[in-house]
Design a protein around this ligand. Structure first.
Ligand code: HEM
Length: 769
């Protein structure tokens, strides 16, 4: 066996020392195993039983669908015939697994209404294009597994060397049903598309809805393909619930700097850029626990997409309720852009760009449903006692919300998660109002503009405002002012000129499945409502309001009260303490217990095959630890001791766990490793977005007069302009009021500058551009 080594340099742009990633990939020339038959004895026996008749009767239809390329030698270990057989078998396995999942539901293994597990699904069904892509990815994964098992069973090929081989060999699946043409003509559009396609003219599918997350470290699955990772020793990794209770204690330490709105903006932009979705059956969400959570379902009833979290018997919280199992299901996967065989890649169900998709949706159908189709405005609901609009209602409230009675509101917006908390729905509402406010002004300035032109111009301005608030206000506050300017994560001159079409703006898997989730620690346990004058405060427990935004509408002042509360109330400190509202009571509905978000985060990182904390340390320029004590530069001694008690080996530490325990980088809320990943993501999100709001010298660029106006915007101004009775806000709404950050009157346009839209008034001839 000949092993070649190739060193692939993955550019690491933002890390403190601008270090370079080195990923070692082993290439392998296989020994001849052509004498080997396609043995199927490695398949689960129950699946084989179901497969037998199907396989026997299958004709050669797969030959047309699957085409293989670059196979080493005709008489080598991997022949076209072998690949075709594996693909055929993989497809049948995927189908059989799906059928089994549907049968389980039909036999009564499904989730109860109003259970925390059902609420966790947000939406138990997906559009046809997503379903289709998921199915194809299942087929590719099963085929990869079959090929691996076949080769590994018949030679001295190890699972890892097999994966390295696959990386070198391009074995593609060509599936006409995938619906993604390999070539696409983008045209010279003035506005970004809703689904993100054609933002990048050279790589039209980068950043689109439905794309795979990208990676900056090779995935680590148990079998190299899809199975849950194991410890280095081959044993199970530590229980996620145990890690959650031992390392992320239930405490809410108030931040001395940041407001609740700072946390809320973080989640709002998360939902703009990232949405993993969980596997479902044709009938809906998947159940993995017995009854109410009394235990994990026995194997014969367990869907193969289940990854339930076992609760230890001595759990101080769940023990009282007899809960031994928390439902958890694998994220949906997507075929790679080139449809090659290989390890699982998870799908981003929204566009990766920071493009207002929470307001406008990530596909044309959703965006059209949200439009009023008059004067460029979005649909809104008007209330008798409020001058401002509210989000429209979903068609089926009981499917999306957890309401006490049907008169309570349950909203529809561009993102399915809108109702998750009232303060999240509050931001959605503010930007719905901002859109309609701007559309009204533009329509007065340009009375002849069509609905479409008004909608697109307004959408462009609103997206620019969201990008500006994120890059000029939020990121400097959370990552460190000097850092984001020095490394050009946030641009500081009027126009940016560093758009780079070779930078993939896709979401980095470790950003969505670990690093940015660290901000779960800043979620406070209460939501505050402040009456006008800010002279009182009413606190609502977070867990009483999941998927129920009704506190925004209980009176004519209620919405403004919650807005005032969000800029007056603190967020929690960024540290490894997390409120029990999230770790014991998430989505509890009428129950006395809910899910554990931190255990979910840890399990999700494993589900996505994220490389270990130690791998990411190296990627981010730190020394790889050889023993627990090597972590001392970044992690305090008591936490190192706790890690050493829980993990067998320093290489086993989950990225989410290790990254969350690091001391924060000066001026930032993140530790070194998460800082590096988060900064990398926001850099890519900016320079990989052709339509980024301050890109200059492009056909769609704002004029300098327009851009100067956009750059005056702030969250404080958006609040002032879109509430009835909020008269004072501190200039930096993400930071608590202080002598350095006092409240100003909303009509003090010097302190809280106003975005004047007269620069958008166009001569009549511009009507048709
Ligand atoms: C009350 C506040 C919040 C709640 C209840 C909440 C809840 C959740 C839930 C249920 C998930 C999906 C877990 C899974 O199945 O893997 C999730 C994912 C995530 N959350 Fe939060 N979260 C909150 C706030 C935040 C904040 C403030 C941030 C960041 C600033 C954040 C960042 C993320 C990220 C990056 C993901 C992954 C998104 C995806 O892949 O779909 N969350 N959160």
């Amino acid at each position: 066996m000949l092993i070649q080594t190739k060193i692939m340099y993955v550019k690491k742009m933002i890390c403190k020392f601008r270090s370079v990633l080195r990923v070692v990939v082993l290439f392998l020339l296989f020994v001849n195993v052509s004498a080997c038959n396609l043995g199927l004895d490695f398949l689960a026996e129950d699946l084989l039983a179901a497969l037998g008749p199907i396989l026997a009767s299958t004709s050669n239809i797969f030959g047309d669908i699957f085409k293989t390329h670059s196979i080493e030698e005709e008489d080598g270990p991997i022949t076209p015939d072998l690949i075709t057989e594996c693909l055929k078998c993989g497809r049948e396995l995927a189908r059989s697994s799906k059928e089994r999942g549907n049968k389980l539901v039909k036999n009564g293994i499904n989730l109860e209404a109003y259970s925390p597990s059902l609420l966790h699904f947000f939406s138990p069904s997906y559009s046809a294009d997503i379903n289709n892509a998921v199915e194809v990815s299942h087929e590719i994964l099963s085929s990869t597994k079959v090929l691996q098992t076949k080769l590994c069973a018949c030679s001295d090929v190890t699972p890892n060397t097999f994966m390295a081989f696959l990386e070198n060999q391009v074995i593609k699946v060509q599936d006409p049903t995938l619906g993604m043409p390999s070539t696409i003509i983008c045209g010279n559009a003035k506005y970004r598309t809703t689904d993100g396609i054609c933002n990048n003219e050279r790589h039209p599918y980068w950043g689109r809805k439905g794309a795979c997350f990208t990676r900056i470290a090779n995935p680590k699955y148990g079998d190299g393909i899809y199975s849950m990772p194991l410890a280095r020793s081959g044993r199970e990794l530590p229980n996620p619930r145990t890690l959650s209770t031992r390392l992320f204690t239930d405490r809410c330490i108030p931040s001395r700097v940041f407001t609740h709105a700072n946390m809320q903006w973080g989640q709002f932009i998360t939902h703009d850029m990232v949405s993993k979705a969980m596997e479902v059956t044709d009938e809906g969400g998947i159940q993995c626990c017995l009854g109410d959570g009394q235990g994990v379902l026995p194997p014969e009833w367990l869907n193969d997409k289940c990854i339930p979290i076992s609760v230890p018997d001595d759990d101080t919280f769940y023990r009282s309720y007899g809960i031994k199992c928390l439902n958890m299901v694998r994220s949906i996967t997507a075929p790679r852009e080139d449809c090659t065989l290989g390890p699982a890649e998870q799908m981003n169900a929204v566009t990766s760009f920071l493009d207002g998709s929470t307001i406008y949706g990530s596909d044309k159908k959703t965006s059209m449903k949200l439009r009023s189709k008059k004067n460029g405005k979005l649909r809104q609901v008007n209330k008798k006692d409020s001058c401002r609009g509210f989000l429209p209602s979903v068609d089926d409230k009981s499917a999306s919300c957890d309401l006490r009675n049907s008169s309570e509101p349950c909203y529809v917006s561009g993102d399915l998660r809108v109702n998750q908390t009232p303060t999240l729905a509050m931001l959605h509402t503010l930007f719905l109002r901002e859109h309609n406010r701007i559309a009204d002004i533009l329509s007065e300035l340009n009375p002849l503009w069509s609905d479409e032109k008004l909608y697109q111009e307004t959408r462009k301005i609103v997206i620019a405002e969201i990008q500006h608030i994120t890059y000029q206000e939020w990121l400097p506050a959370n990552l460190g002012e000097s850092y984001v300017r020095y490394y050009r994560i946030s641009p500081s001159s009027l126009y940016s000129r560093d758009y780079n079409e070779d930078v993939n703006p896709g979401i980095i898997n470790s950003f969505g499945a670990a690093a940015f989730r660290f901000m779960h620690s800043v979620v406070p346990d209460t939501i505050m409502a402040c009456p006008s004058g800010y002279n009182a405060a009413y606190l609502h427990r977070l867990s009483d309001h999941y998927f129920n935004p009704s506190i925004l509408e209980t009176s004519s002042e209620a919405f403004d009260d919650v807005v005032r509360g969000s800029v007056s109330h603190y967020s929690a400190e960024a540290d490894p303490f997390v409120s029990g509202e999230l770790t014991n009571l998430m989505f509890k509905s009428y129950n006395r217990w809910g899910l554990d978000l931190i255990a979910t985060d840890i399990q999700r990182g494993r589900d996505h095959g994220l490389a270990s904390y130690n791998d990411y340390r190296e990627i981010c320029g730190l020394r790889k630890a050889r023993c627990f004590q090597d972590l001392a530069g970044e992690i305090t001694q008591d936490r190192i001791n706790a890690l050493a008690r829980l993990y067998e080996c320093v290489d086993d530490i989950d990225l989410f766990v290790g990254g969350s325990l690091e001391r924060d980088v000066q001026g930032s809320i993140f530790g070194h490793t998460f800082h590096c990943i988060v900064a990398e993501q926001f850099y890519r999100t900016r320079i990989g977005d052709r339509f980024f709001y301050d890109n200059g010298e492009m056909p769609h660029s704002f004029s300098s007069d327009q851009l100067k106006e956009i750059k005056k915007t702030s969250l404080a101004r958006v609040i002032c302009d879109n509430t009835d009775g909020v008269y004072y806000v501190q200039k930096k709404a993400f930071e608590l009021e202080s002598t350095y950050n006092p409240k100003y009157r909303c009509d003090d346009y010097e302190a809280i500058p106003y975005v004047d839209l007269t620069a958008w008034k166009k001569p009549i001839l511009d009507l048709f551009d």
